[in-house]
Design a protein around this ligand. Structure first.
Ligand code: NCD
Length: 322
C-alpha cells in the first residue's frame, strides 16, 4: 500500500486493497501498540475543527499521541483567526508551514475538498456538513470486519436520519463496493437517503419505515441520531425526534449474531439497557476508530511500519536476497 502524501476526502478515495491494508495495519497496531509508540516522533498533526466533535477529534488526538507525535489546532473556530474573518484556505496554507498532516471538520459540504487544493501535506476530511465522513467509515468497516470476518455477503440495516447523516452516506457507498451485500434503509419518508446517493448503489436496496419488521435477518444494524443541527427549523426536527428507539425488548427480534453499531453521539435512539447486550458494539467501534486513524496517519505520512519491514524481509528471504 502506498498512501504517502494522499488526501482522504471521500469514503471511496481508496481502493479495496488499500482499505484492506489499512485494516491489517490497524489490527497490528491494536495488537502490538508498543511497536508503534514512537513512529510519529517529531511529526505534528494540525486539527482544525470548525464544528463540534467529541469522538472524531479526541480519537485523532489520541491516535497521534499514541504514535509519539504532537497535535496543534483548535476545536472552537471562534478562538482562531476565523473569528477575524480569515478564510479556511488561508488558515490551511498557514498550517501547512507548521504541520505534517491536517485533519479538518467543517459544517459546510466540500470545504475540506477545496482546502486540499494545492496543499502539499495530506488533508483528512473529518466530516463536511451532511456530505461525507470517510474516517468514520474506516472505523465502521474495521468494526464490521472484526466481528464478521468479512465485508461482503452482509445484510445491513441503516436506521434513522439517512437524509442528513454523513456517516451513513459514506458507509453505504463503501459497502456497495463489496460483493453480495444488500441494504435495508429504515427511515421516516422525509428522512430517506438522498436519491443522488441511492441512484449509484448497485447492491439491492429496500426502503422501509419500520424497524422491528426487518430486524430478524440483519447482520448489521447501523443506528443513527436525528441530525438536529441540519434541519431547516426546529419544528421539522421535533416532528422526527424519537422516531426510532432501539430497546432491550426490540433486540429480541434480532439474530444471535447481529451487531448493533452507532457512530455516536446517541440521543435517545438506543436505550441504555441495550448497552449490556454483547451484540451492541458501538463503544468498541469508537475504539476501532482510534486504531484505524492511527493506521491512516502512519500511511498518509508514508512512515515505515514495523509490519511492512517484516513483510519486506520475508519477501527478500523468499527471493533469496538475505
Ligand atoms: C457523527 C458525525 O459527526 O457525523 N459522529 C461522529 O463523528 N462519530 C455522527 C453524528 O453526529 O450523529
Amino acid at each position: 500500500m502506498n498512501l504517502k502524501g494522499r488526501h482522504l476526502l471521500n469514503s471511496t478515495d481508496f481502493s479495496i486493497n488499500e482499505l484492506f491494508s489499512l485494516i491489517e495495519l490497524a489490527e497490528d497496531i491494536a495488537t502490538y501498540p508498543e511497536k508503534y509508540m514512537d513512529i510519529c516522533k517529531g511529526k505534528i498533526m494540525a486539527s482544525l475543527f470548525y464544528e463540534p466533535s467529541t469522538r472524531t477529534r479526541l480519537s485523532f488526538d489520541a491516535a497521534m499521541k499514541r504514535l509519539g507525535g504532537t497535535v496543534i489546532g483548535f476545536s472552537d473556530p471562534d478562538i482562531s483567526s476565523h473569528s477575524k474573518g480569515e478564510s479556511v484556505k488561508d488558515t490551511v496554507h498557514t498550517v501547512e508551514c507548521y504541520a505534517d498532516i491536517v485533519v479538518m471538520r467543517h459544517p459546510e459540504p466540500f470545504v475540506p475538498h477545496r482546502a486540499s487544493n494545492k496543499l502539499t501535506i495530506p488533508l483528512i476530511n473529518a466530516g463536511d456538513g451532511a456530505h461525507q465522513h470517510p474516517t468514520q467509515t474506516l472505523a465502521d468497516i474495521f468494526t464490521i470486519y472484526m466481528y464478521k470476518k468479512r465485508l461482503s455477503d452482509l445484510k445491513i440495516g441503516f436506521c434513522g436520519d439517512l437524509k442528513y447523516g454523513r456517516t451513513v452516506h459514506s458507509l453505504i457507498k463503501t459497502m456497495d463496493r463489496y460483493s453480495n451485500n444488500s441494504f435495508v434503509c429504515i427511515s421516516p419518508d422525509n428522512l430517506k437517503y438522498p436519491q443522488e446517493i441511492l441512484k449509484d448503489i448497485q447492491s439491492p436496496v429496500k426502503e422501509i419505515n419500520e424497524l422491528e419488521t426487518c430486524m430478524e435477518d440483519l447482520d448489521v444494524l447501523y443506528m443513527t441520531r436525528i441530525q438536529k443541527e441540519r434541519f431547516p427549523n426546529i419544528e421539522e426536527y421535533e416532528k422526527h425526534k424519537g422516531c426510532y428507539i432501539l430497546t432491550k425488548e426490540k433486540m429480541k427480534f434480532a439474530k444471535k449474531d447481529t451487531i448493533v453499531m452507532h457512530p455516536l453521539p446517541r440521543v435517545d435512539e438506543i436505550h441504555e439497557s441495550v448497552d449490556e447486550d454483547p451484540r451492541a458494539v458501538y463503544f468498541k467501534q469508537a475504539k476501532a476508530g482510534m486504531y484505524m486513524r492511527m493506521a491512516l496517519i502512519v500511511s498518509l505520512l508514508g512512515l515505515d511500519t514495523p509490519r511492512e519491514n517484516k513483510i519486506q524481509k520475508k519477501k527478500e528471504q523468499e527471493v533469496g536476497i538475505c
